[in-house]
Ligand binder design. Structure first.
Ligand code: NAP
Length: 318
């Protein structure tokens, strides 16, 4: 069977490009330029599949305009809030993503954010520019041992964060659509109502999908339930957070701090975060390790090849 020709929308690491080139006749994005929807549609003319697409909004209009040659779409991410899955299904357009293979990497980043806020890393790094020496008063942070981590969205990444937090002697609580089985809970306490979770935890981790129900979840009313010593970590998507509400809580010390990897309107995130000493902010590097990036490429290649060969794929969304 002939090889598929694919259009790769984003510049990939060279080791991923090599894997792609071994499996497909690929047209790469060599400049790293962020492509518009129109440029992507043009690039897809005569191609069998799209590879990439994290920055490309694949809405119903996009699905309607896809060239007839296109047989599948692959997004180089586990999150698929930028893809209209219902529209893809209606069109009979298969969509593939990258579940599981980035879970450990993202969970490690969640711990980095948690510890970064608890140990006041933003202030510590700033202090090193003019450090006068050790004092007992200097930057007293919060020990996480014995504290309760509350995880909103107890899926693959949420549970992997819990595994790491247990090793740091934290207690685990969670809120999700449904209560999980004991083997997955591993002693974690379930709160059906997320507001209850927020009232009972010291560290709130946002690890849910971005959906119409979760967008704007962290609002003023819910933040008001939190302890003044609490930490918020967002490893999920920026739109889960209402920026005005979180920035108000941070600037008025209504909570201890926030660790944020993702933002509304990336990369043009709210600049007020840059001025807050209790915000520890990262540029959406949650899944950015060499190991995860390579595996993300591999699982997407596997999914597209399986579909091409008429076989089932574990990472098919639509
Ligand atoms: P997952 O296994 O699907 O976990 C998400 C969990 O959130 C599921 O248990 C889901 O429940 C739950 N959830 C969805 N809507 C909810 C709601 N309204 N209330 C409570 N719980 C809700 O996905 P994952 O692999 O862990 O990834 C989670 C998210 O992390 C992704 O969607 C992505 O946006 C984000 N992410 C970020 C980075 C980064 O670079 N920062 C990297 C990877 C992933 P159901 O299964 O019942 O819907």
């Amino acid at each position: 069977m002939s090889r598929w020709s694919i259009f790769v929308t984003a510049k990939m690491p060279d080791y991923v490009e090599r894997d792609i080139a071994a499996a497909f006749d690929a047209t790469f994005n060599t400049t790293g330029e962020k492509l518009t929807q129109e440029q992507v549609l043009k690039g897809l003319e005569g191609k069998d599949a799209l590879f990439g697409g994290v920055g490309v909004k694949m809405d119903a209009a996009f699905m309607d305009k896809l060239p007839s040659s296109v047989k599948a779409l692959g997004t180089y991410s586990v999150g698929f809030d930028h893809v209209d899955i219902a529209a893809a299904k209606a069109k009979g357009m298969p969509v593939f993503n990258t579940p599981d293979v980035l879970t450990d990497t993202v969970a490690e980043c969640a711990m980095l954010l948690t510890l970064g806020v608890a140990r006041r890393v933003t202030e510590s790094v700033a202090l090193m520019a003019d450090w006068k020496g050790w004092t007992p008063l200097q930057l007293n942070g919060m020990e996480v041992a014995g504290k309760t981590m509350g995880i909103f969205g107890f899926g693959r990444i949420g549970r992997a964060i819990a595994d790491r937090a247990r090793a740091f002697k934290m207690n685990i609580a969670y809120s999700d659509m449904n209560k999980f089985s004991p083997d997955l809970e591993q002693g974690a306490i379930y709160y059906k109502d997320p507001a209850e979770l927020m009232a009972h935890c010291d560290i709130l981790i946002l690890a849910c999908n971005s959906t119409p129900e979760t967008r704007g979840f962290l609002n003023r009313e819910r933040l008001a339930k939190m302890r003044p010593t609490a930490i918020v970590v967002n490893i999920a998507r920026g739109d889960i957070v209402n920026d005005d509400a979180l920035i108000e809580a941070l600037s008025q010390n209504k909570i201890m701090g926030a660790g944020l990897d993702v933002f509304n309107n990336e990369p043009n995130f709210d600049p007020r975060y840059k001025t807050l000493p209790n915000a520890f902010i990262l540029p959406h590097i949650g899944s950015s390790t060499v190991e995860a990036r390579r595996r993300m490429g591999q699982i997407l290649i596997e999914g597209l090849l399986a579909f091409k060969d008429g076989k089932p794929a574990r990472n098919r969304l639509a």
